[in-house]
Design a protein around this ligand. Structure first.
Ligand code: X90
Length: 279
């Protein structure tokens, strides 16, 4: 069985060892310029340009054709997408699934809407990788990964919700207070896969403390943690330090790639973690 794991660029993952893997890029538009969120993207340059740019900016999901091209060659494809509640990426992947399965009788494409993004998607991809390496039957892998995805969560703290509000992905009233006087928002990906605000905190220190508290409340009991940050490694390291003290040892830190940098904005930190649910 020839397995392939395909995700979109919001997973902040450029490579995955030991299995066939592809990441399909989303794009970020800044005026007439288009940034393709692939390995060649200079994320720092994009963040600087965005910061200085006054005009309209937006993002776009991969097309069905982009997903289809990434599926090529596999008998069993696992497509892992950013939340379908905020992006068309999931729908595009579903269209590609239909086309691929028709064109390749016997081939299967499983599309998982993670209702999340970034580091939580990476946990799910890592689990899939383990299951593929064990060469389990495709259906068994699918059941197991869906089960696992119910046990993972995403929390984040952001300094600004401007790009969310400007693109109609969050209520402008919620966005208005964030960023003023050092107010940060702490939120989670809701069960539906929308941005759910949980608390407003003054200053990063308080926001990180709130985030740790919420992790605990959501059932974090020492499992894997994946952290992504947009130009804020120091906050990611502070979180890691606090988690190590609690006895958590499987922590990895990544920088946000293009899509997550666009929405998380400078200073944003995303945390994907395993909970005790579903055990
Ligand atoms: O299709 C598109 O154009 C992409 C739209 C993506 C919108 C969400 C991006 C989230 C990026 C920001 C912090 C975490 C928020 C999680 C909410 C579920 C990361």
């Amino acid at each position: 069985m020839h397995y392939k794991i395909v995700t979109d660029s919001s997973a902040d993952l450029l490579r995955l060892d030991g299995v066939e893997f592809a990441a399909v890029p989303l794009t970020v538009r800044v005026g007439k310029q288009e940034y393709v969120d692939d390995a060649a993207l200079d994320v720092d340059e994009m963040v600087r340009t965005l910061h200085d740019y006054q005009g309209r900016t937006s993002t776009a999901c991969p097309s069905a054709g982009d997903w289809l091209a990434a599926f090529e060659g596999a008998d069993a494809v696992y497509a892992v997408t950013i939340t379908g509640a905020l992006s068309g990426a999931y729908n595009a992947a579903m269209i590609a699934k239909e086309t691929y399965e028709q064109a390749h009788p016997g081939a299967r494409v499983f599309v998982l809407d993670t209702r999340s993004t970034g580091p939580e998607m990476r946990l799910i991809v890592e689990r899939l990788r383990e299951l593929c390496l064990q060469q389990r039957p495709p259906e068994v892998i699918w059941q197991a990964v869906r089960h696992y995805a119910h046990s993972t969560r995403l929390l984040f703290t952001l300094e600004s919700l401007d790009n969310f509000a400007k693109n109609g992905r969050v209520n402008p009233a919620i966005a208005a207070a964030v960023g003023l006087l050092g107010i940060r928002i702490v939120g989670c990906a809701s069960d539906k896969g929308e941005l759910q605000p949980l608390a407003k905190c003054r200053g990063e220190q308080k926001a990180l403390a709130e985030l740790l508290l919420r992790m605990d409340k959501m059932g974090y009991r020492g499992g894997k943690v994946r952290i992504d940050h947009c130009c804020n490694e120091s906050a990611a390291l502070k979180l890691r330090h606090a988690l190590l003290q609690k006895g958590c040892h499987d922590i990895e830190i990544h920088s946000c790639r293009g899509l997550c940098s666009y929405y998380a904005e400078k200073g944003g930190v995303l945390v994907g973690f395993e909970t005790s649910q579903g055990e």
